[in-house]
Design a protein around this ligand. Structure first.
Ligand SMILES: *Cc1c(COP(=O)(O)O)cnc(C)c1O
Length: 303
């Protein structure tokens, strides 16, 4: 690993496993732990560090001075990237979905303050950028610039995610994770032992394409034998959409367990997981680890 990254990694906290207790879990005899990747760094969101680590190593090793990526106005990915850019003295550029709003989101204000150059692009241009997957494939890319696709969803991301599994001191029957691009899910599939089921929960509506995307990411790496699937019905209307029911659920979860959630990813996963537990999808005695992927910065409202 590049010495600059090793130095940065020393500032990270361990990600503990916290067991949850509730009358429902007791009644259904489900052992549920949360892998607290939301706690690994005060600014850099959990799974975004996991995914960025070996990508950054690649970019730095190639001698790049600038990383260009893309995301929405609340992107946890760009937020993490911009902050790491200041720490490692790397220039960052972000293509932002949609026209420049009158009032920037708290995420965009942060990343601008950290020196990321914001380039607002139309939704159609954004869709085209999404198709660019290789680090040197962007049109007009200059020497020293490194292109990073949406969400950092590349093969190199999987290697960092795999460390979630090697850190865990218990052997769960199932691991649950929210999905955006599916790269975190793919990393877990690749690293999990064959008797462990990896269960994704899509944050997007109509996300059938995720299955192909994940399969493609996984097949580029070592053959994996673990079983996996994606729950598609807990999107609450679509990406970043929410309902009263979800808001109330998150509120109750936070009060009961003392763990903060947000309504784009982790809230939807826990809602879905508890729904499956309620409807007896799992045998008594099942050991489950749910990954808290972080993302709490995205909760902030525009003032
Ligand atoms: C980005 C993100 C995800 C989704 O990760 P993918 O690898 O894109 O599927 C899940 N949870 C949080 C909090 C995120 O920020």
């Amino acid at each position: 690993m590049h010495p600059q990254l090793l130095g940065l990694e020393k500032t990270f906290q361990a990600s503990p496993l916290t067991q949850l207790f509730s009358p429902l879990l007791e009644k259904k005899q489900i052992d549920l732990w949360v892998k607290r990747d939301d706690l690994i760094h005060p600014v850099i969101s959990g799974n975004k560090w996991r995914k960025l680590k070996y990508i950054l190593n690649h970019a730095l090793t190639l001698g790049n001075h600038t990383i260009i990526s893309m995301g929405g106005p609340y992107s946890n990915h760009l937020h993490a990237l911009a902050y790491i850019g200041t720490l490692l003295d790397i220039q960052t550029i972000g293509y932002i979905r949609g026209e420049q709003p009158k009032k920037l989101s708290p995420t965009l204000i942060d990343i601008q303050n950290w020196g990321m150059e914001l380039r607002f692009v139309s939704r159609s241009t954004y869709r085209e950028l999404r198709e660019i997957k290789q680090h040197n494939q962007l049109q007009d890319i200059k020497h020293g610039e490194y292109w990073l696709p949406e969400g950092g969803a590349t093969n190199l991301a999987l290697k960092g995610v795999a460390e979630i599994i090697t850190e865990m001191h218990l052997k769960p029957d199932m691991i649950c994770v929210p999905c955006g691009t599916g790269a975190t899910l793919a990393g877990l599939i690749q690293a999990a032992p064959s008797n462990c089921i990896i269960q994704g929960f899509s944050a997007l509506k109509g996300a059938g394409f995720l299955i192909d995307d994940v399969e493609q990411l996984v097949s580029q790496s070592i053959a994996s034998t673990s079983k996996w699937g994606i729950q598609m019905q807990y999107h609450f209307g679509g990406f970043a959409k929410t309902t009263e029911k979800l808001v109330l659920y998150i509120d109750a979860f936070e009060k009961l367990h003392g763990i903060e959630l947000e309504n784009v990813y982790t809230g939807k996963m826990f809602y879905g997981l508890f729904d499956l537990i309620k409807t007896d999808e799992f045998k008594p005695g099942t050991k489950i680890v749910a990954i808290h992927t972080g993302g709490l910065q995205g909760k902030r409202k525009i003032f």
